[in-house]
Design a protein. Structure first.
Length: 62
């Protein structure tokens, strides 16, 4: 779309990569609303956390 993004998020159900809610287009959240895939993970190097949209909980990956 030509817009810049702040951070990327990875859908753990299908592998879709979308921008975070701090980015203009909020593609990761839009992906959840259209697919109901509930769990994303940070796609940023060195970050080991995720998010469950349904339970509104942060997840930690080891």
């Amino acid at each position: 779309m030509g817009d810049s993004w702040v951070h990327l998020r990875l859908c753990l159900e299908c592998g879709h990569v979308g921008c975070c809610d701090s980015s203009k287009n909020k593609h990761a959240t839009k992906h959840f609303h259209s697919t109901h895939h509930p769990i994303i993970r940070s796609f940023e190097p060195g970050e080991d956390w995720g998010w469950c949209y349904v339970d509104q909980l942060e997840l930690q990956f080891a």
